[in-house]
Design a protein around this ligand. Structure first.
Ligand code: MSP
Length: 517
C-alpha cells in the first residue's frame, strides 16, 4: 500500500480575553471541513487548534475579572473547548500557550535565534496597541473621533518605552520576497499576497520581541526581567505542538513543513511576514500555505462588543441547527471575501438548499423505495442516456470539489455539489417514477436506483460540511462506516441491489420562524 500523504491544518489560537463568537466559529469550522475532507480523501491529517493565553490583553482581562491570569485562562480556554465539542470539531490537538511543553519549546526556539545572532538587546520607544498586541510606526497611525491616536484597526495605542530585545526582521525582506515569488501557493487569496508583498517591499524594521512592563508571558532564558512578545510565543504553537524545536521526532518529520495555516485577514502580517521570518532565521522551513479569510458583519454592521451585536454560536446552533450553521457560513460567502451575516439569508439557505433541494429529494426517493421496493435497494435494468448522464455528473463531483478545496474555495465546492443535486432533482421530476410505478415498474426501479446512487454520493461528499445530516442519510442508505470514504465514490461503491434501507426520515428540517408557528 502506498504511504498516505500528510496534511497538517491549523486554526489561529484564540485569545482568551473574550468569549467565543462567530469569528472564532468561522475559522474553526472551515478548518474542520477541510480536515474532514482530507481524511475522507485518504490523507493522514493533523488538525490543531488552541488558545493564546499570554500577553498584556489577557493579563488586563484577568485583572478586570478579579482573577489570577492562570485561573482566568483555565476558565476561558475551557469555554473554547466546550464550544468546539458542541460544534462537532474534529481537532486532533488543542494547544494552550500556558502548556509546559510549549513554554519550554519556545525558550528553545529563542535560544536557537540567539545562537544564530538573530536577536539583540536594545530599547524600544514607540506606539503599542494592546487590543492588536502590535507595535505601530507613527506614519501608520490614524486619528480617533476625539483626536486621539489609533492603530489602523481603530484600536487605541499607548506610548511604550522600555528595554527590549529585537529580532533582526530587517535582514529578511529579500528572502521573504523570494519566498512569495518562488511559491505563489504560499499565500492565498491572491489579493492578500499583493498586500503583503508591498508591505515587505516598503522596508522592514527590526521587531521588538520582549516586554518588561508586565509579567504574563514566557520568561526570556537567562534574562527573566523580560517576557517574550506574545506573537513570538503564539505563532510558535504551530511547531511546538509537533515537538519542535527541542524534541522533534516522528510527528515533526511527518507534518512539517506541509502545514496550512488558516487565519483571518486581520492577522495576515503576523503570519505571512513575521512567522516565516522567525522560521527562516531559526533555520526551519516555512509552512506550505497560509490562507486569510474575510470578516463577517452582522446585518450590515461591524461586529463589536460595544455595539452589542456579537453573534453567539450557541444561539445560532440552538435556533438553526449545527449543520445548518456550518453550511451557511461556508456556502454564503466566497472564502477570502468579507460577508454579511443575515438571518434572512440563513433561513433562505436552510429552507432552499438544504430542506428543498437536498432533503426533499432524498426523502421522496427513499420513501418511494421503502414503499414500492420492499424497503430494499432495487435492481436497475438497462440504463438510458438520462441515467448515464446523471451518474457521469455525480461521478465527476469529487474531482471538482477536491480541486476547489485545494484553493480553500468552500463556496465553489458546495456550489458544484448543489448543482449536481439540482441535476438529480430535474432528472427525478422528468422521469416521474410515481407514474412509472403503474406503467413500467422495471423502469421505475432503474430510476429509483439511479437517484438513490446519486444521493449516496451526495451524502458521502457532504460529510465534511453537514456531518450529522450526512451520517443519518448514509445510515438510511445502509452504508457501513467503512464505506464512507471518498475511495468508494463513483463505480467503486455503487449501491448493491437487495440491501435493506434503514428507517427513512427527513434530515434537513425547514426552519419555521417563531411567529409563523
Ligand atoms: N490570538 C490571535 C491569533 C494567534 S495565532 C498564532 C488572535 N486571536 S483572536 O481570538 O482575536 O482571533 C482569532 C480569529 O477570529 C482571527 O482569525 C480573526 O480573523 C477571527 N475573527 C474575529 N472576528 C471576526 C469576524 N467578525 N469575522 C470573521 N472572523 C473574525 O487573533
Amino acid at each position: 500500500m502506498s504511504e498516505r500523504e500528510a496534511f497538517y491544518i491549523t486554526t489561529p489560537i484564540y485569545y482568551v480575553n473574550d468569549s467565543p463568537h462567530i469569528g472564532h466559529a468561522y475559522t474553526t469550522i472551515a478548518c474542520d471541513a477541510l480536515a474532514r475532507f482530507k481524511r475522507l480523501d485518504g490523507f493522514d491529517v493533523r488538525f490543531l487548534t488552541g488558545t493564546d493565553e499570554h500577553g498584556q490583553k489577557v493579563e488586563k482581562s484577568a485583572r478586570a475579572a478579579g482573577l489570577e491570569p492562570q485561573e482566568f485562562c483555565d476558565r476561558v480556554s475551557r469555554n473554547f473547548r466546550d464550544l468546539f465539542k458542541r460544534m462537532n470539531i474534529t481537532n486532533d490537538g488543542f494547544i494552550r500557550t500556558t502548556d509546559e511543553h510549549h513554554m519550554r519549546a519556545v525558550q528553545a526556539l529563542w535560544q536557537r535565534l540567539m545562537e544564530r545572532g538573530q536577536i539583540y538587546p536594545g530599547n524600544y520607544a514607540g506606539w503599542y496597541s494592546v487590543r492588536d498586541e502590535a507595535f505601530f510606526g507613527e506614519s501608520e497611525l490614524t486619528e480617533g473621533q476625539g483626536g486621539e491616536k489609533c492603530a489602523p484597526t481603530g484600536a487605541p495605542v499607548e506610548w511604550v518605552e522600555e528595554p527590549s530585545y529585537f529580532f533582526r526582521l530587517s535582514e529578511w525582506g529579500d528572502k521573504l520576497l523570494a519566498l512569495y515569488e518562488d511559491h505563489p501557493e504560499f499565500l492565498g487569496p491572491e489579493s492578500r499576497r499583493n498586500e503583503v508583498i508591498s508591505f515587505v517591499k516598503s522596508g522592514l524594521r527590526d521587531l521588538s520581541v520582549t516586554r518588561t512592563s508586565f509579567k504574563w508571558g514566557i520568561p526570556v532564558p537567562g534574562d527573566d526581567a523580560h517576557i517574550m512578545y506574545v506573537w513570538l510565543d503564539a505563532l510558535s504553537n504551530y511547531i511546538t505542538y509537533l515537538g519542535a524545536p527541542d524534541r522533534q521526532g516522528a510527528d515533526w518529520a511527518r507534518f512539517w513543513p506541509v502545514a496550512m495555516h488558516m487565519i483571518g485577514k486581520d492577522i495576515l502580517r503576523f503570519h505571512a511576514v513575521y512567522w516565516p521570518a522567525f522560521l527562516l532565521a531559526a533555520g526551519i522551513a516555512p509552512p506550505k500555505r497560509i490562507f486569510a479569510h474575510g470578516w463577517w458583519t452582522n446585518e450590515g454592521e461591524k461586529i463589536s462588543k460595544s455595539l452589542g451585536n456579537v453573534i453567539d454560536p450557541y444561539e445560532l446552533i440552538d435556533t438553526y441547527g449545527l449543520d445548518q450553521m456550518r453550511y451557511f457560513l461556508l456556502r454564503e460567502v466566497p472564502f477570502g471575501k468579507d460577508g454579511d451575516f443575515s438571518r434572512r439569508a440563513m433561513v433562505h439557505r436552510i429552507n432552499g438548499d438544504l430542506a428543498n433541494d437536498f432533503g426533499n429529494l432524498a426523502q421522496r426517493c427513499l420513501k418511494m423505495i421503502a414503499k414500492n421496493c420492499d424497503g430494499k435497494i432495487p435492481r436497475p435494468g438497462p440504463l438510458t442516456d438520462a441515467d448515464k448522464a446523471l451518474l457521469a455528473t455525480v461521478d465527476g463531483l469529487h474531482g471538482l470539489m477536491a480541486t476547489a478545496l485545494d484553493r480553500q474555495a468552500f463556496d465553489s465546492a458546495l456550489k458544484a455539489l448543489w448543482q449536481a443535486i439540482g441535476d438529480a432533482n430535474t432528472y427525478f421530476a422528468h422521469q416521474e417514477p410515481w407514474v412509472l410505478r403503474k406503467s413500467d415498474p422495471d423502469r421505475m426501479a432503474t430510476v429509483l436506483y439511479t437517484t438513490a446512487e446519486a444521493i449516496r454520493q451526495f451524502a458521502v461528499l457532504a460529510q465534511p460540511f453537514v456531518p450529522e445530516a450526512a451520517a443519518r442519510l448514509l445510515d438510511q442508505l445502509a452504508i457501513a462506516p467503512d464505506r464512507h470514504a471518498f475511495a468508494t465514490l463513483g463505480e467503486a461503491g455503487r449501491l448493491v441491489p437487495g440491501m435493506t434501507l434503514g428507517v427513512i426520515e427527513g434530515v434537513f428540517p425547514r426552519h419555521i420562524e417563531k411567529d409563523e408557528e
